[in-house]
Design a protein around this ligand. Structure first.
Ligand SMILES: N[C@@H](CCC(=O)N[C@@H](CS)C(=O)NCC(=O)O)C(=O)O
Length: 217
């Protein structure tokens, strides 16, 4: 059976977790505590960058959340999480990249910087641009790719929900707000959403890992 190395508090791992559950793929979850277990030699053989998520499918290993989701889509095409129509597919990929490259770094800034710091204010302005772009991209559609859930929703929805504890005023972006509510009503999302306590735990672990990374530079 496919093995899934994860930590439920990691947004990258939660993307894949949701992908697996939405597709109804059977898997064996292997919890990584990220307390040093990720730098043990056995795990480093799977992922030399000591990150979750990782999947191992027979003798094939994949690291990097986006690559894993693409592998799962190719291997388990039903239900499809990537549309076939060229414009819908491009939209899904575009939102996926904007979430990973533009949003997630700013989410991290909001979680860790002081509210009156220039970095925090700059991150909020950048998130405003992203949310306006997403409102426009969603238009009247239920999901980014059309009527059905796609990888864009899984990735963007998981990344933006990290901000649950911060008032970013999603009500100013009603289409994004409705879309996120729609996602949160899904059974898989309710089962995998972070509680406030888990988010605090994530912040603590992230700080420790970040300090370690800076020390090793
Ligand atoms: N680009 C990777 C990033 C994964 C990543 O940063 N994972 C973090 C948790 S969110 C981790 O495992 N950190 C442990 C460490 O750095 O030792 C992906 O998308 O899978």
């Amino acid at each position: 059976m496919l093995k899934f190395y994860y930590n439920p508090r990691s947004p990258m791992a939660r993307r894949v977790w949701r992908g697996l559950l939405e597709k109804g793929i059977e898997f064996e979850p292997i919890l990584m505590k990220l307390n040093g277990d990720q730098i043990e030699s056995e795990y480093l053989e799977l992922n030399p960058f000591h990150h979750v998520p990782v999947i191992v499918d027979g003798d094939f290993r994949v690291i990097e959340s986006l690559a894993i989701l693409d592998y799962l889509e190719a291997k388990y095409p039903t239900p499809a999480l990537l549309p076939k129509e060229p414009q819908a597919l491009a939209t899904v990929k575009m939102v996926q990249m904007v979430s990973s490259n533009e949003l997630l770094p700013k989410v991290i800034t909001l979680l860790f910087e002081k509210e009156d710091s220039p970095k925090y204010l700059q991150a909020k302005q950048h998130i405003d641009i992203i949310l306006k772009f997403w409102s426009q991209t969603l238009g009247e559609k239920l999901y980014f790719g059309g009527d059905n859930l796609s990888l864009a929703d899984i990735i963007a929805g998981t990344d933006i929900s990290m901000l649950n504890s911060i008032d970013i005023g999603l009500s100013n972006y009603p289409r994004v707000n409705d879309w996120l509510q729609r996602l949160m009503q899904r059974e898989v999302w309710q089962k995998t959403e972070l509680t406030a306590a888990e988010l605090e735990q994530f912040k603590r672990v992230f700080m420790i890992l970040n300090n370690r990374k800076n020390r090793d530079k």
